[in-house]
Design a protein around this ligand. Structure first.
Ligand code: HQG
Length: 179
């Protein structure tokens, strides 16, 4: 079983297209594991039956904590693009967060601030390393922006917990960004 392919398909189902899998996300983004397994196994994509142990294994071996199992449910922790807004848990972030982006996007970001674009939230990283990895998806030598989260909170921006490396928010005003 290729667990990377399986992880990608689960992210697709839980972040972008639950309806293709006959899944309905609850307001925190959870679905019953049994329903997800049922659809995955009906599709015939995988050479053997996908089990809960496979899902647990994906979470255990991934370099990023993308998914979370609680009880008999599973969810994606961030990255959603579906119209139904997933309610994230508010939290107080570290004073400085980082965002890795492209040279191409930089001028627009400095004009408009950071926006969620296709996703539900802006994604911020706890350290430069993580932000660099995020940015490298689109730019060989990405721009790393520094975000002053205290200044953002002072102008009313709420931050939400993604995972141990990722924080979410609705937007970042340009005044809180250093390039
Ligand atoms: C940019 C992956 C122009 C923004 C990653 C980014 C992350 C603007 C792109 C997670 C802009 C959106 C999310 C503005 C923001 N004008 N461009 N005003 N504001 N942008 O993929 O943060 O591996 O939606 O800089 O590692 O890159 O899938 O967001 O370049 O954690 O688990 O618009 O997805 O995680 O791109 O990545 P994305 P992101 P996984």
């Amino acid at each position: 079983m290729n667990l990377v392919d399986l992880s990608k398909e689960i992210s697709y189902a839980l972040r972008h297209a639950p309806w293709e899998y006959e899944l309905e996300l609850d307001e925190q983004g959870f679905v019953p594991i049994a329903q997800l397994l049922h659809t995955l196994n009906e599709s015939g994509t995988y050479e053997r039956e996908v089990t809960q142990a496979d899902l647990e294994q994906i979470i255990a071996i991934s370099e990023k904590k993308r998914h979370e199992i609680i009880g008999d449910k599973i969810r994606a922790l961030y990255g959603h693009t579906i119209p139904q807004i997933i309610k994230k848990e508010p939290g107080i972030p570290p004073a400085v967060l980082y965002h890795g982006t492209t040279h191409k996007a930089l001028p627009q970001i400095l004009l408009d601030g950071l926006k969620p674009m296709q996703r539900q939230y802006v994604h911020l990283s706890v350290d430069v390393d993580t932000a660099t990895r995020v940015g490298k998806r689109r730019d060989g030598s990405p721009v790393i922006l520094k975000i002053d989260t205290e200044a953002a909170q002072k102008v009313g921006i709420q931050f939400y917990i993604g995972n141990d490396k990722v924080w979410l928010c609705d937007r970042v005003p340009k005044e809180c960004i250093t390039a």
